[in-house]
Design a binder for this molecule. Sequence first.
Ligand SMILES: [Zn+2]
Length: 378
Amino acid sequence: MTAVMTRLAGPCRRLVLSLAAGLAFAVPRAVEGADLKPLEAVLVAADAATGDRVAGWKREGFGAVAVVLGDDVAAPALQAAAKAVADNGLALYVWVEVGRNPEMARDHPDWVASLGSHDDWRKRFPKARPPGKGEVAKAWPWVPIGYKEAFDAHLGRAKTLLARVPAGCRGVLLNDLQGGPSSCGCGNAQCRWATDYGVPSTATRLAGPGAAARFVAEVGKLAPGQEVVPVWTTECEAEDLPADKLPKGGWGTGYCGGVECLATCRKRYAEQWAALHADRTGPTGLLLLHKEFGRDRGEYGGPAAWVAQGVGYAEKAGAEPVAASRLWVVVQGYGVPADEAAAARRVAVKLGPKVVLVARTPLDQSYEPRVVPVKSAR
Ligand SMILES: [Zn+2]
């Protein structure tokens, strides 16, 4: 707690830690805005936002609708969704998936994120062929913005997509702006900190931790007057460490295999988080999909209890947390029983962020290894 108290003594104190009743770990409790009820929003496919359904979401207490803006969503479909949302007095947002893109991965395998030089990912994919000489294993279909070619292509795609968005849209959420999963090669889907960790690059690697901040700023120019919300994934947790590195009597997930990447992972997370927020005062989202990330374990204190732990991630990584009044918390409302989805929503609402966004359309975070040749040294 000493580090926590030091932080609280600082000028930027925004959150205090308190032990939440019934939970065995420190949970960040929002001070600023904690007494205010968060805006609750639902994330859906654009064609799901019909008048009847939007009216139903309003009855469920949702005040906003975010629709996934994919390549296949045409302007008329967006206009229909926008009308249904506006007719019910709700706010409209759009969601753009940036990092995970099967079409881009298929067309440009050189842009796909590498699985780093640790080969613990192979325990998860025992049938996968390991890379040979002159080859590198990739986390298909992840095409993050860490390569210049991919950064430019995603920005071009965002421009095309945002041109279809009707007037009145409040903002744009940008998902998966970090590296690809298993970025060090440990196998953990939430290990996102590295680009080409110990392996050759297959495209032009962008230097430094600032790619996401630049991308957010560029998208802001494409969507004047709208909020731009980068959605950030929390990374390796202490319980993901190898079994022999866990505290005595502690439990583990095994998600990082035999790799002790936690310390580096958090250091790089803190650097990238700091870069994202250096020149921004806008909102930031946290992608806390408890089932998608395999965090629906009883050890967390309930199937959705990890959501609270995820909100405290920046502090654990030694980074300055974002004020609750700027925070969007994205929880999983698909692929789980209704009571579990409700629990995830409830946990997030209790934490008092600005917005709780319940995803009712899948946000696939999976990857599979694919070997590609390294055509030339970069
Ligand atoms: Zn790792």
